[in-house]
Design a protein around this ligand. Structure first.
Ligand SMILES: [Mg+2]
Ligand SMILES: [Zn+2]
Length: 193
């Protein structure tokens, strides 16, 4: 039996966008994130983070540092009764400072590599799944992977609206909590039909 998931962008969606977060001290979880995650879980969704982390390619932090940041994020959410099922990140960039990360990869959003890997790892039905993020790339990756998308107005969300071009999010939400409620309501409606 396939799972349904909500794929969440990290920066500007679950935590404050600070432009290349590289230390735990800089991390601020939005006050509504834990509640949004609790509601999504209660509605039966897996919650999966998919995050472009070119900060690694640029040498601002290493993968061990990033793992520590993700452990701390998971710990803070767990304290509030919320949880993330899996973290995926893309450490690459086409113009990386560090040669080992310099590539045009399949995982940097809007390419769908992270979502496809998660779908295989966690048996996710992508047509029944959603992406929430604050940038055009988050709407793009949803389209590439065959998921529905919600653009949030936190982080870069306000300016992302102008950069969408032909991309159309299924919904534009004030923040992750409103996005979660829209997803749950949408899901309930499609189950009735
Ligand atoms: Mg973001
Ligand atoms: Zn990548």
């Amino acid at each position: 039996m396939a799972n349904r998931a909500v794929f969440l962008d990290r920066d500007g969606t679950v935590i404050e966008e600070v432009n290349y977060l590289s230390t735990i001290e800089e991390m601020q979880v939005y006050p509504f994130s834990a509640e949004a995650l609790r509601r999504l879980r209660a509605a039966g969704f897996l919650v999966v983070i998919i995050s472009n982390q070119s900060a690694i390619a640029r040498g601002y932090l290493n993968e061990a540092d990033l793992e520590k940041i993700h452990s701390e994020l998971a710990r803070r959410l767990t304290q509030e009764g919320a949880r993330i099922d899996r973290f995926y990140y893309c450490p690459h960039h086409a113009e990386a400072t560090l040669e080992r990360y310099r590539q045009v990869c399949e995982c940097r959003k809007p390419r769908p590599g992270m979502i496809l890997r998660a779908a295989a790892d966690l048996q996710i039905d992508l047509k029944a799944s959603f992406v929430v993020g604050d940038r055009a790339g988050d709407v793009g990756v949803a389209q590439e992977a065959g998921c529905r998308s919600v653009l949030v107005k936190t982080g870069y969300g306000k300016t992302a609206v102008e950069q969408l071009g032909d991309l159309r999010p299924d919904y534009v939400a004030e923040n992750l909590l409103e996005a979660a409620d829209w997803i749950i309501a949408y899901e309930g409606q499609s189950a009735i039909q």
